[in-house]
Unconditional design. Structure first.
Length: 225
């Protein structure tokens, strides 16, 4: 546990709010931190999802989540007031304590990201596929064609969005394992590989880490409310 003040958030920092719907299912929205008055309230922008501003009523309770370095902070909040004039902002209750969970390299999250994979040594060996889970250190790939074996190095490229911002990733990885499909049906992927990321180029690592961090923040990691 830590104090909210110790996070030293800057204006514009993204916060995810998980708001329960009428059935108790968690809806995920984003807002931006504006400022706070210690031990009284937090001020944020209004909630946004898919680029659209969402209306929410005062009195609603939610769970706030945000990425700090290599960890996730979680704390309960209550929407105290929603203001439209002169600027659209929300006032949230100030948390007594913030729960922090450090994300290890091994913490994985399931994804479904289309990728293009090609061999480093034999660049004509290339195929499409999907990245099905990912961590800071590696990923699992489901490929249409067997372009690499254990020990081979590959390039993994894809286009994706974080919120509304487009990104392109092209990272180097090494095949560490080959996994047998769960069944032998025709719908099973031809090749399932476990890879370790080798990328050392700073800009590419930043994009990779941003994607993993975003997906981890979206997921329900264990031991977090």
């Amino acid at each position: 546990m830590t104090d909210f003040a110790h996070l030293h958030l800057k204006s514009g920092y993204p916060i995810q709010l998980q708001v329960p719907d009428s059935r108790g299912n968690k809806q995920r929205f984003f807002c931006k931190y504006i400022g706070c008055t210690a031990n009284q309230y937090i001020v944020t922008s209004k909630l946004v999802t898919g680029g659209q501003i969402e209306d929410v009523s005062a009195g609603v309770t939610a769970t706030a989540r945000l990425m700090i370095g290599r960890g996730i902070c979680v704390f309960p909040v209550k929407i105290l007031m929603v203001q439209n004039d002169p600027f659209p902002v929300m006032y949230l209750s100030y948390p007594k304590q913030v729960e922090f969970k450090e994300i290890r390299n091994a913490d994985r999250v399931e994804v479904n990201l289309p990728v293009f994979v090609r061999s480093v040594a034999k660049q004509h060996n290339a195929t499409e596929g999907r990245l099905t889970d990912i961590s800071y250190s590696g990923a699992k790939l489901e490929l249409k064609q067997p372009v690499a074996v254990i020990g081979d190095e590959v390039y993994i490229s894809s286009d994706f969005h974080i919120e509304t911002l487009p990104h392109h990733i092209n990272v180097k990885a090494k095949v560490r394992t080959r996994i047998n499909p769960p069944d032998k049906s025709k719908s099973s992927p031809l090749t399932i590989l476990g890879v370790e990321f080798l990328e050392q180029e700073p800009e590419r690592k930043v994009v990779l880490y941003a994607y993993v961090s975003y997906q981890l923040a979206q997921s329900n990691l264990p031991n977090l409310r």
